[in-house]
Write a protein that binds this ligand. Sequence first.
Ligand code: SF4
Length: 301
Amino acid sequence: MKNGTTAAVERLRRDRNAVILAHSYQPPEIQDIADHVGDSLELSRIAAATDASVIILCGVRFMAETAHILAPGKTVILPEPDAGCPLADCIEVPALKTMQEMYPEALTVLYVNSPASVKAESYACCTSANALRVVEAVPSREVIFAPDRNLGTFVSRHTGKRVHIWNGACRSHAAADLREMRARMEEWPDAQLLVHPETPPEAWELADEVLGTGGMIRHVASSSCARFLIGTEEGMVYRLRTLFPDREFMAAGLIYCENMKKITLQKVLRSLETLGPRVEVDPEVRRRAYESVARMTEVSG
Ligand code: SF4
């Protein structure tokens, strides 16, 4: 039986013509009430295409900004305004411009985990699902990749292009504990280890596959393996257990994003009641960021 908050969310969602989008790192109760759960690329595409008037973005700030860049006519709401992303916050426009002056032949490919103002200075955005394909697609032999150094390193190892990498990191993924990973591998020796490219390269050496969250779902769907160790934010374990109840999943060590967990059912309900807090990108920034974000959505994951 549904509790009162869930029932109220469902009623208001219909009344407001709202769509609830949740990232795969969201808490279980948010994934359960969402209309769509997905990675940044999937959520961006849905935001761009939805008929809903209101987008409740259950994730972190840069995701809500990206939704507003793609769908400026919609009301975009981030239920917790303090849900930021330390990786996105590690890059600012002046420092990127300095790097662009150092490498004038390079086009800038920006991980979507970045502020809207910085997106406006980039050629193309990407997610972990399509980073390599975006880098391959940009019309230059030289690329600046920012702000995640681990994803940039992963891309540079798989492309023939010269890649200049920004020195930022997701502190949740970068702190992945390799000893814990090895311990889980001993516990489940028959399992495949899937790790996210935001984890350190040493984790990739242990892994069977290095994949973004969408890639992990596709890999499990096409694999005959019964057990998987998951080396990304722990919310993804819940997502995979929901999608594949016939398989077993265990976190390959604790990777936890406190910002992703700031969204609660109560805050979603409050957002539907008040239609706030809204996220709006400055129109001039939006205009300049749009091309870059649109290029991201055009490249497959
Ligand atoms: Fe940012 Fe890392 Fe949290 Fe993703 S998991 S939102 S990159 S801090």
